[in-house]
Design a protein around this ligand. Structure first.
Ligand code: AKB
Length: 327
């Protein structure tokens, strides 16, 4: 394991929902010079205070060169197309999610660095057990995103077995955060609802009120990724695709929890057939006992802590609207 002072962490998809918060966390932990934030988007508008550059993960030579030049010890590979966006263009989603990962794993095999790859509840499908979904369960997802997540899990295992790449990963539930929008997921309602609650005191949800899904607050997700990457290898029976979870709720239950802080908040439902069918195919709750026993995973944010943190964070983004909508 690379000592903390020698870490050189390259993040792909750094301008995205996970990347934005991961970059700040690792820059704070290892120093801004130890982190290189990359994204296919132009870095001009990003809020990072560490070095940042444009990088298209589909450009294998550029990925290899960047990993090499930075002296990378770990890549957090977050560049991906999410579930609903993937259905708009399955072949493009396949290329981004699979070829991008392949290029990162190839570069990691060449330089001998670690790789973190997020998988998802989307790696399961309607034939998987739903509540709880075991660590090892039938995986027959029905979205292109889910297909790439299962294939990505296998590719990471393969690069470890064949080339010794220390590729680790987590199956994340829906992630809730305020620093950057999620963009194109099925669980995005659980982020949008907070902005709507503070701006308009009403929200139209694209899922049915009783759609239960697994969720996690971003601070827990970032901590889980960093802790897994730091876990001593002897403690791990496997490295990749650990189920992790923090809470489960429906849109109706989330609205109720928000109403505690935003009296009069109203929610109505106008289910979108695509996103509803995706949500209906996903687990209600992952069984994360392997993550808990192998590397000590423990979530800190439940529904009520998440709602408080989100209202606080979103309120700080938009102080005028937030102030008028909160008690
Ligand atoms: C999505 O909704 O597509 C993602 C996920 C659950 O992986 N948030």
């Amino acid at each position: 394991m690379t000592p903390p002072e020698a870490r050189r962490i390259l993040v792909t998809g750094a301008a995205g929902q996970i990347g934005t918060e991961l970059v700040s966390t690792v820059a704070e932990r290892y120093g801004p010079g130890a982190v290189l934030a990359t994204d296919v988007r132009d870095p001009a508008g990003w809020a990072h205070d560490c070095p940042a550059m444009q990088l298209n993960c589909l450009d294998a030579a550029a990925v290899r060169r960047t990993v090499d030049d930075f002296g990378t010890t770990a890549v957090f590979h977050l560049a991906a197309v999410l579930s609903a966006a993937g259905e708009a263009s399955p072949s493009a989603a396949y290329r981004t999610n699979m070829d991008g990962l392949l290029n990162v794993l190839e570069a990691a095999a060449a330089v001998g660095c670690q790789v973190f790859v997020p998988s998802s509840i989307a790696a399961f499908g309607p034939t998987s057990p739903r509540d709880p979904t075991p660590q090892a369960a039938l995986q027959r997802p029905t979205t292109i995103y889910g297909v790439t997540k299962v294939a990505g899990e296998l590719l990471c295992d393969y690069y470890h077995a064949r080339f010794g790449v220390d590729a680790r990963g987590l199956r994340f539930p829906g992630l809730i955060s305020y620093s950057a929008p999620p963009g194109g997921g099925t669980t995005d309602y659980a982020v949008e609802i907070f902005h709507a609650a503070l701006e308009d005191r009403r929200y139209t949800c694209f899922l049915r009120p009783d759609t239960r899904m697994d969720m996690m607050y971003m601070a827990d997700a970032i901590r889980a990724a960093v802790e897994l990457m730091d876990a001593p290898v002897e403690a791990l029976t496997h490295r990749n695709a650990f189920n992790v979870t923090a809470m489960q709720f429906t849109p109706a239950e989330l609205a109720e929890a928000i109403r505690v802080h935003v009296p009069g908040f109203e929610i109505e439902y106008d289910p979108d057939p695509l996103r509803q069918s995706i949500a209906d195919s996903w687990p209600d709750r992952l069984d994360d006992s392997e993550a808990r026993s192998q590397w000590g995973w423990q979530p800190e944010y439940d529904l009520s802590a998440t709602v408080s943190a989100m209202l606080d964070g979103v309120g700080r983004l938009a102080p005028v609207q937030a102030g008028s909508a909160r008690r």
